[in-house]
Design a protein around this ligand. Sequence first.
Ligand SMILES: *Cc1c(COP(=O)(O)O)cnc(C)c1O
Length: 401
Amino acid sequence: MRTSEFLSEVDRYSAHNYKPLPVVLEKGEGVWVWDVEGRKYLDCLSAYSALNQGHRHPKIVAALKAQADKITLTSRAFHNDQMGAFLRKLCDLSGMEVALPMNTGSEAVETALKVARKWGYQVKGVAHDQAEIIVCENNFHGRTTTIVSFSTEHQYRDGFGPFTPGFKAVPYGDLQALEAAITPNTVGFLFEPIQGEAGVLIPPPGFLAAAQALCEKNRVLFMADEIQTGLGRTGKLFAVAHDCPKKPDMLILGKALGGGVFPVSAMLCSKQIMSVIKPGDHGSTFGGNPLAAAVGIAALEVIVDEKLVARSAELGVYLIKKLRETLSSSPHVQEIRGRGLMIGVEIKTSSGKARAFCEKLADLGVLVKETHDQVIRITPPLVVEREELDGLVAQIEKVLF
Ligand SMILES: *Cc1c(COP(=O)(O)O)cnc(C)c1O
């Protein structure tokens, strides 16, 4: 089949909930992917940072295959011999005490919301059903009905009400607004350390540290959604560490935790906070399954063994500098910003939307995706080589002049 036939098949049989670039991929390896026409592309989206370790990392694929030959699913009705080792590794690496494993990012966010509420009632003493959670404007935390209840994006909510109450949104980076929003019923502040979907928005210096102190003072859980920013993407293992000297109260992970092969997510916190969850309170049939746990162990080992955090920091500085130098006189570029290998190139509104530039880049063998109309998000796998980034800059230069 040719590209057009694949496209019409999908067009005919699938829901139209995405608008993908018209590229049909059939193979991936490291930072490269190939389409059904045999064309090769540099993957600079990395499945929204779920592919930090690159496509089909041999160690992760080997762990997947080995575990598939033993046992893949037990449910949590029984124990399996992989989950404990996975959660231990995750806690050791993150410095958190305990973890609750789930599958998708949205489920880990839902877990955080439920645990924060229950903690609010049982530990903080908030009256029944009065718990409030503060979020940021332009947030992205997933697509469940509760999560879109506190989205400020019209399209994410339109037609999906009635919504879950108990959420308040404040402008991202606005400490005074956060302070004003806190009441005795506030149990948590949920945020992204860098807003990815909103266009790679970095909070003002000092904001997160001050927000953390404010939360501590008011007994409000400081809940970091690092599903996209975590596991090395921004040049630190977790992006909160750029700003905050202390660990967050809750750390929410997903995406790259599954090494690009399997959905694996988790919510991590202290033993004390997690202790509000009792048998039967919360769960997931596939959460903590042995296949996911084996993959998760390998995914974390690759990040550590291949020093992907340091690579991301070093290559990020290199790429941002090179993009700024190369594109400084581009008539189309408004701003280039980022941390580590999480970079946004904002296109001037007078130059039209970012989508057209992404389409041109695909023709030149670079896959990126626009986010929020004006921003080209550049997030290659962290295993990328310097020379490959040079090639990327050369292609971007062609489309932005
Ligand atoms: C992708 C993402 C989610 C949702 O994860 P899913 O696996 O798509 O459910 C939540 N928060 C952030 C910051 C994300 O980037």
